[in-house]
Design a protein around this ligand. Structure first.
Ligand SMILES: C[C@H](O)[C@H](O)[C@@H](O)C(=O)CO
Ligand SMILES: [Mn+2]
Length: 417
């Protein structure tokens, strides 16, 4: 006897087959597209350094929902719950501030040994790790980091960057999959700046020094992330979009595009094809800005879909790395991970089920009527039946049933914290 999921899938499969789309091929392709889930949704970007510090750098996790993780064991347990509810391949994206050590470790002294538990956990869970140096929430980051006028402070942060590359390389070697290490720093100014040039020159020189040691790209990739502005840094950000496009292109590093880091009417989906001819790799921070870089949970909205379409339509699977970047402290944090990551994967599946060849041919023929008609009609094709089947095949709850698991864990574990 077929289940309702199987019955719906059989009908959907035929409907897609009529358009020459193989749903089995689409699901297999989705399996090869990992989404790198960011650890910092689980604890409001606090990290586990022994000296507790307020979140700084112009970013904010707003909300007071109870149950956040207070240590690495709690965070890993929470991630396991979330990952069991998200089908298909996943990676975990860590920040340097999520190290584990018995003593205080300065940022310029972080080492692979502080991440041994994370690596063992990733190995057990058969996933790769990605990494980020932490250039915020630190007394020496209050004025600036890699752009600081004071060479001693700048050097401290350069050492941090170098130390983090060693950790990232260690992840890659241990887990057999390159770790993408993303450099983001908040350096900038609240008010008018006379010299906008010197900080950028210092940033360029600092980055050059950080990446000066060659590391095999089999294990580690450098990425740089731009930003329009942060809270308290409204007038100037040294690491702007133009700066990092030029940097990544000239140094052939990866570029990171964060959906919340541009003017409100700009979208990163349109930037993907603009930068890919010039850079070897692209990292995406899929996020949802609401009026500013608010880092709301990713929706299955037009921009998420457009991002997925760009990756799939141009077969950028190997060069585009899909990461997430949201931190909502106003809802259950595990549910936030599940909602946002499932949405990213749904968008990828929808893109894989698109009749791209037919649409492309209509465009080549200048038949824009057919292009628009088919684009709109395909929105109501039964992709959701394929998604449900994909979840069922991966032993993950179908539909909103995953929420029951989150609620169970919330009352058994999170509410006791
Ligand atoms: C915590 C992250 O590194 C941070 O969100 C960064 O990626 C960013 O987007 C800052 O606005
Ligand atoms: Mn980001």
């Amino acid at each position: 006897m077929m289940t309702s999921v199987q019955q719906a899938y059989q009908l959907a499969k035929q409907q897609f087959a009529d358009m020459e789309i193989d749903t089995e091929v689409a699901m297999a392709a989705l399996d090869r597209l990992p989404v790198s889930v960011h650890c910092w949704q689980g604890d409001d970007v606090a990290g586990f350094e022994l000296q507790s510090r307020d979140l700084s750098g112009g970013i904010q996790a707003t909300g007071r929902y109870p149950g956040k993780a207070h240590n690495a064991d709690e965070l890993r347990a929470d991630l396991e719950v979330a990952f069991a509810l998200i089908p298909g391949a996943k990676r975990l994206n860590l920040h340097a501030s999520y190290l584990e050590a018995d003593n205080k470790v300065e940022r310029n002294e972080v080492k692979p040994q502080h991440f041994v538990n994370w690596v063992e956990w990733a190995r057990q869970n058969k996933m790769g790790l990605d990494f980020n140096p932490t250039y915020f929430s630190h007394p020496l980051s209050q004025e600036a980091t890699l752009t600081h006028q004071n060479k001693e402070i700048r050097d401290f942060w350069i050492e941090h960057g170098k130390a983090c590359r060693k950790i990232s390389e260690y992840f890659g070697r241990e887990l057999g999959t390159a770790s993408v290490m993303n450099i983001w720093l908040p350096d900038g100014s609240k008010d008018l700046v006379i010299d906008r040039f010197a900080p950028r020159q210092r940033l360029m020189a600092s980055l050059d020094e950080i990446i000066s040691e060659k590391i095999d790209t089999k294990y580690h990739l450098d990425a740089v992330e731009s930003k329009l502005f942060g809270i308290g840094l409204e007038s100037y950000t040294a690491g702007s979009n133009e700066f990092y496009i030029a940097y990544a292109t000239s140094r052939q590093t990866a570029l990171c595009l964060d959906a919340g880091h541009f003017h409100p009417t700009e979208v990163i989906s349109d930037k993907i094809s603009a930068v890919m001819p010039f850079i070897p790799h692209l990292l995406l921070h899929v996020s949802r800005p609401v009026r500013w870089d608010s880092d709301h949970v990713v929706l299955l909205d037009d921009e998420t879909q457009a991002i997925a379409n760009e990756i799939i339509r141009h077969s950028l699977f190997d060069r585009v790395h899909i990461g997430l970047d949201f931190f909502d402290a106003s809802i259950n944090r595990i549910a936030a991970w599940v909602i946002g990551t499932r949405n990213m994967k749904k968008a990828l599946l929808k893109a894989l089920l698109e009749p791209t060849a037919v649409l492309r041919q209509a465009e080549i023929n200048a038949d824009f009527t057919t292009r628009l008609a088919l684009l709109e009609e395909q929105k109501s094709l039964p992709w959701q039946a394929v998604w449900d089947m994909y979840c069922a095949c991966h032993d993950v709850p179908v539909g909103s049933r995953w929420l029951n698991e989150v609620r169970r864990y919330e009352s058994a574990v999170l509410s006791q914290r």
